[in-house]
Design a protein around this ligand. Sequence first.
Ligand code: WTA
Length: 642
Amino acid sequence: MSEAKIYPVFDAIKATTHVTKEQYQAMYDRSLNDADAFWAEQAEEHLDWYQPWDTVSKYDFHTADIKWFAGGKLNVAYNCIDRHLPARAEQTAIIWEGDDPNASQHITYQTLHDKVCQLANAMRSLGIVKGDRVCLYMPMVPEAVYAMLACARIGAIHSVVFGGFSPDALRGRINDSECKLVITADEGLRGAKPIPLKKNVDKACEGTPSVEKILVCQVTGNKVGWQDDRDVWYHDLVDFQETSCEPEQMDAEDPLFILYTSGSTGTPKGVMHTTGGYLLTATMTFKYIFDYQEGEVYWCTADVGWITGHTYLTYGPLSNGATTVVFEGVPTYPDASRFWQVVDKHKVNIFYTAPTALRALMGAGDEYLETTSRASLRILGTVGEPINPEAWEWYFHKVGNEQCPIVDTWWQTETGGAMIVPLPGATPAKPGSASLPFFGVELALLDDEGNVLQGEASGNLAIPRSWPGQMRGVYNNPKRFHEAYFAMYPGYYFTGDGCRRDADGYYWITGRVDDVINVSGHRMGTAEVESALVLHEAVAEAAVVGYPHDIKGQGIYAYVTLMAGEDYSDALKAELIKHVRKEIGPVATPDVIHWAPGLPKTRSGKIMRRILRKIAEDDYGSLGDTSTLADPSVVDDLISRR
Ligand code: WTA
C-alpha cells in the first residue's frame, strides 16, 4: 500500500485547542501509566457528583466484570441541563431543523429543563420508577431528546429503537428488555414522506405483555389508531405537568440505557451502558475530539436510534453546555444541498456525519455546494465505517474549503464513545486512517492465534484494558456478554474489526472480520437477514454476505435456495426483498438476491462463505481451493447465474 498523504495541524486550531501535540502525548502516557489518578481527575473536572466514588476502576476481562466510579452518585440529566442553568439558561441548547426547510426552532437550556421535567413527571404519573425500561421509537424531534433525558432524570432505562425497524423487530426489542412504556409519535417525516410510527407500535404491541402505556407525540397530525385504556397523547398529559422534577441520585454503575445492536450470531444484543463512566466518556471525548469551544454550534447528523445519536447528538454536547442541532430530515431533500443550507442557516461550526452520506452527496455533484458558503465550519468529523480517501479529500477540499481538520472517529456501540481519532489540535491527519488512540485507550493487534503483533502489522483489533465508557453487559444475559467479546482472546475485549498499524503508529480500520456487515454505517448481522429469509415459506436456505457498494460502503448480498418445486422467478425475488423489509425493516433491504439451487458446502455441511464473498465481489480469479467442497460444480452454477 502506498503511503498516504499527511495533512498537518492547522495553526489557527493550535492557537485555541484544548490539546496540543505535546499535551496529547503527556496526557495519553499518564492515562495509561497512572490510569486511576488520571480518570479521577477527569471525572472531577468534567462531571458534577452528589457523592464521590469509592473506587475509580475495578475490572476483570476474564470474568467480564467491569465497574467505574462505583459508589459515586450523579444524575445524567442534571449534568446535561441543570448545572448549566446559572450561566446558560437563555443559551440555545437544541436547534431543531425540520424536514420542511421552513420549519425550525430554538430551544434554550431553560426550556429544555422545563420540558424534560414535565415529561419526567408525566412518566412518574404513569407509574414509571427507577430501573423500569422505556422504549423510545421516535422521529428526530426535540421530544426524542427530552425523552432520553427524562428517563435519565428519574432513573428509568431507555431503549431507543430506530424508526427504520419493522414492527417485528421492535417487538423483539421491547420484549427482550420488558419495557413498560413506549414513547412514540403519530408519524415521522423524512423527505416529505410520512413514516407510520404509531401504526408500527400498534402492530408490535400485539405481542408485548410488559407494555402498559403508549405515550404518543403529535408530529404530523394525521389520524392514527387508538386504544383508550393504553394510549395517551403527549400534549394531553405532559403539557400540564410541573416544570420542576427532583433528579434521582443514581449510582455510577446504575444502567442508563440499552441499545440493541447486531452481532455475528443470534438476535441483536441489548448493549447496556451505565451512568458515570458512560457520561464521562461522552463528555470528555466530545470536548477533546471536536475541540469544542464555548458558544459553538454543533451538528451531528446521526439518528437518535444509533449510538452516535446517544453519545454525540444528546449526551456529549449537552453535558458540555453546547448547542446541538437535531435534524428531522434527510440529506437529499428538498435537494442534495440541504446539509450545506442548514450549515449556513444555523452557522454550524462543527459538523459530524457518516462517509455514506458524503459519498452520496459527492455523487450528486459539486453544484450542490455552490449555493452555500459553509464559512462557519471549523471542524469536520466522520463516523460509522472506514472513509475512503476520495470521500475524505472531497470533504476536506470542497465541503470544508481546506479550512477544517477532519476527525475520523473509530468506535462502536459497545465502546460508548470514540476510541481511535485524530485530535484537531494535536494529530496530523492521514485520509482514511482513524489515526491514534484516545486517552486511556490501549490497543493491540492480534493474529488469529492471539499472539500480539508488534510494529507495523495487520491483525485483529483488541483492547487489553477497560475505559469508562465501555459497555457493562448484554441486558439480562451476562453469559452472552462474555462469549461475544471476551472469549475469543482471553484477557482482551475483542472489537470484531480488522486493523493495520503503519510505521507511524497510525491505525487503519479495514472492516469487520466477523459476520457483521456495515451497510451505510449501520450494523447488520448476516445471520439476522438469513433468519428473516428462511421464515418465508418458499425459502429452504439462505446465506448472506457483504459486498463492496459505491455509496453504502457494503451492500447486502443474499444467496437463496428455494424449497423443491418453487419457481426461481423475478417476482419471487421482489417478494423476498419485501419480506425482509417486513421482518427487520428497510435498513436490512437486500441489494441482491442470487438464486442458489446449491450452496458451496464442505463435506461436513458448513457453508463456505469465503467463496460466496468472492462471487459477490465478481472476483472469480481467486476463489481459492474448492476441492474440499462436497460438490464443486455448485460454484460454476452460481457463477453462471450471476
Ligand atoms: C465500524 C458506530 C472505520 C467498525 C459508532 C465498527 C468504523 C462498527 C468507524 C461499529 C471508522 C465505526 N472507521 N470503521 N471511523 N466507525 N466503524 O456499533 O467496523 O454502529 O466495529 O458504532 O462500525 O458500528 P456501531
